[in-house]
Design a protein around this ligand. Structure first.
Ligand code: SF4
Ligand code: SF4
Length: 349
């Protein structure tokens, strides 16, 4: 790891990036919604002190909401398949929170499990992540429960955080981060001494909710596939899937063929386990035919199955699913209370 002092403001750092790279993506206020979008000037961005987190995470830049994967056409009875190469933009994604950057090492495992997803992997190789440590958190954040802190490095190529005097420093955390810092000599100056820590990051961590006891939660989930608590939570859940669509670690997708006359595209589209048809078989049988089973799947996948398979939690505590749920189902509260008092009470959420 190398440490560099920013010789300029945050915005000038971004303008320096724009001069060097083809595409920079950063949080912008787009139609009153904070989203990662391509920018052409740092004047378009929302500065890190002015937001907790974007509405959608940065995962769509590695795993787009929809993308073609094969082109096909019929000639008489023959079918011709043409692979689609992923379009690479060599992006720098700036202004991610550590919880969003940390989602990528988690996603790397599933996209390289039995099948190596070249669409995800090529973007992951090309895109550079510049995260910014959090000086604020809200009541939905709980990253400290899942092994992350407001200034942690997991997944970041470069992490920007302030020293005690409030000046930004850039910490490299990968070869890509080193190479990027090397490109930005005009605005970065390497420092040899240790940087005096800004206490704000520890204070933000201390203000978050009591850390979850993940081992106890896992132990309870291991034994309670059929607990009546799932019926109670399933009855509250609308199955809208906002939680899954906004989550930086949810990764389910569907494959759909779209045709016009004798030509078509096979697309990979985001999907979610909260939708009734997600597990519908061609026979009409649906193993998760009720919302209690679908809600259980969401919790089990995040806090048990992913742990069983990869020894990781499929959650970075970003809080998006809590902020967005129309019926206030709070995944932190759900998993915290399951081993203690599984059945929710009226007015709990
Ligand atoms: S489950 Fe919720 S809190 Fe955890 S990473 Fe996904 S959206 Fe964030
Ligand atoms: S956002 Fe809330 S209501 Fe919608 S599927 Fe997720 S838990 Fe259920």
């Amino acid at each position: 790891m190398k440490i560099y002092k920013l010789k300029t403001s945050y915005k000038e750092f971004i303008n320096a990036l724009l001069k060097k790279r083809k595409e920079v993506v950063a949080p912008v206020n787009y139609k009153n919604t904070l989203l990662f979008r391509q920018i052409t000037s740092a004047d378009e961005i929302v500065e890190p002190g002015n937001y907790i987190n974007t509405v959608r995470s940065a995962k769509e830049f590695m795993f787009p909401i929809t993308e073609p994967i094969i082109e096909f056409s019929y000639k008489n009875k023959d079918i011709q398949l043409d692979d689609y190469a992923p379009e690479l933009k060599h992006r720098v994604i700036v202004g991610l929170r550590p919880c969003d950057a940390a989602a990528f090492p988690v996603l790397d495992d599933i996209f390289n499990y039995e099948y190596k997803d070249e669409f995800y992997n090529s973007r992951r190789t090309e895109n550079i992540l510049v995260s910014v440590a959090c000086e604020n958190a809200d009541e939905s954040c709980f990253c400290t429960s899942v092994g992350i802190t407001p200034d942690s490095f997991q997944g970041s190529d470069l992490l920007l955080k302030k020293n005690a005097a409030g000046n930004f420093f850039a910490y490299t955390n990968s070869d890509k981060g080193e190479q990027l810092a090397g490109l930005l000599k005009d605005v970065l100056e390497e420092v040899i001494d240790l940087v005096d820590e800004n206490p704000v990051y520890k204070q933000v961590a201390e203000k978050m909710r009591t850390p979850l006891e993940l081992d106890k939660i896992k132990e309870w989930l291991d034994k309670n596939f059929d607990n009546p608590a799932w019926d109670e939570y399933g009855a509250r859940c609308l199955g809208c899937a906002s939680c899954a669509f906004l989550c930086p670690t949810c990764h389910c997708f569907d494959i759909v063929d779209e045709m016009k006359y004798d030509k078509g595209l096979r697309r990979k589209n985001w999907d979610a386990c909260q939708f009734p048809v997600f597990t519908m078989h061609a026979s009409g049988h649906n193993p998760r035919d009720k919302q209690n089973k679908r809600y259980r799947q969401r919790v089990m996948h995040k806090f048990k199955y992913y742990n069983d398979r990869f020894n990781k939690t499929l959650c970075t505590g970003c809080g998006r699913c809590i902020r967005s749920c129309p019926v206030n189902l709070d995944i932190y509260e759900v998993v915290r209370s399951l081993p203690l008092n599984p059945l929710p009470k009226e007015g709990d959420f």
